[in-house]
Design a protein around this ligand. Structure first.
Ligand SMILES: C[S@@+](CC[C@H](N)C(=O)[O-])C[C@H]1O[C@@H](n2cnc3c(N)ncnc32)[C@H](O)[C@@H]1O
Length: 335
């Protein structure tokens, strides 16, 4: 198990076709924090040019202890090199995970950087500004002996687009479950992911003004995204993006009842994927206490409701009708 301590829930092992990887040493329930770790080589957001990156990485590697340097040099490097500066930078590019408040920086981590990629991962990486550490959380139940995986890609696009990015950036062909689906299922998944992407673009294009002027349409888009994500194994990552959009749309239009329900769902997702000590969880806890504290509250009052107007009984007795109310379906005039 190499350099890793014994109390860990994973071991570092050879994984056929992938080099090394992390394997669960026991069952890991969804929501478990698997890793919480500080980087040992970093490049902050401000360092923009390749030359600046080379120097920054080179200087840090020289300053590492003998043990750390050995660990760093044992990491994967998919880029060709002719001298140590290029070699260190190649290791950095192959392994760095996003860090910093805007996720524009990169950090190399002793443990987390040994995690291989899957397009439908069972874990997720997150830079926790409160801890100044990277965390890895299980986003599904992981069985003992199963490989722990994260996604190296910013978004889950269709199979062809994923393959192109992975080949270009990491030089491998992905054989994860999503990429190995039978032809028909793969086509269906691609169709869903293409539509999610198209809806993302439409939501982005609508901008801040759209939150009010196209509120009904935008909420419909997010509703559709949630339904599409629910068909995918990697749904949790997609849902953590969709629900915050729903929170914004509802609250920007004065709908505190729906805003509260959406915020509760976003909070539950963030708790599992990021942990209770993350800034996002703190933000959503505040919104759940008082949705009117959202910065967009008051942009419009066209859907004005109070938190007390949530039809609690409906939620318990008729879940489908509750969803119709929540997403303002069926003429989309229901208050
Ligand atoms: C950050 S490293 C992951 C740990 C690495 N396997 C090791 O031995 O240190 C990224 C590299 O691992 C390999 N890799 C990661 N995920 C893979 C996958 N799903 N299939 C094949 N190779 C993979 C690729 O070579 C990639 O460039």
């Amino acid at each position: 198990m190499g350099a890793f301590a014994s109390a860990l829930v994973y071991t570092l092992e050879d994984v056929p076709g992938k080099g090394k990887g992390l394997i669960a040493a026991s069952d890991i329930p969804m929501g478990t924090r698997i890793i919480s770790e500080k980087p040992f080589v970093t490049v902050p957001t401000q360092v923009r040019t390749m030359e600046q990156q080379w120097i920054r990485v080179y200087q840090q590697v020289l300053a590492l202890s003998v043990h750390q340097k050995r660990e760093f040099l044992a990491m994967d490097n998919v880029y060709p090199y002719t001298n140590p500066t290029e070699e260190y930078h190649g290791i950095f590019r192959t392994n760095a995970l996003p860090i910093g408040s805007d996720l524009g920086g990169g950090g190399v981590f002793l443990h987390a950087c040994r995690i291989n990629h899957a397009c439908d991962p069972n874990a997720t990486n997150f830079w926790n500004e409160n801890l100044d550490k990277l965390t890895i959380h299980a986003i599904r139940d992981i069985q003992k002996g199963e490989e722990i995986t994260i996604s190296y890609l910013e978004a889950t696009r269709n199979k062809k687009a994923r393959a192109k990015d992975l080949k270009q950036l990491f030089k491998f062909v992905c054989l994860c479950q999503l990429c190995s689906l039978p032809r028909q299922q793969s086509k269906e998944s691609d169709k869903r992911l293409d539509r999610v992407h198209q809806l993302d673009n439409l939501i982005e294009e609508a901008g801040l003004e759209g939150l009010v002027w196209s509120a009904q349409r935008l909420l419909g888009y997010v509703d559709e995204q949630v339904q599409l994500w629910n068909e995918e194994t990697s749904k949790l990552i997609g849902l953590t993006r969709a629900y915050p959009d729903a929170v914004q749309i509802a609250i920007a239009n004065g709908d505190l009842a729906r805003g509260l329900v959406f915020a509760e769902r976003a909070l539950a997702l963030y708790r599992g994927a990021l942990g209770d000590d993350s800034p996002d969880v703190a933000e959503y806890k505040k919104l759940v206490r008082d949705p009117a504290t959202h910065e967009y509250y008051g942009m419009s009052m066209q859907w004005k409701t109070a938190p007390e107007e949530i039809p609690m009984l409906l939620e318990v007795t008729e879940a489908a009708k509750f969803e119709d109310w929540l997403w303002r379906r069926g003429g989309r005039t229901v208050r």
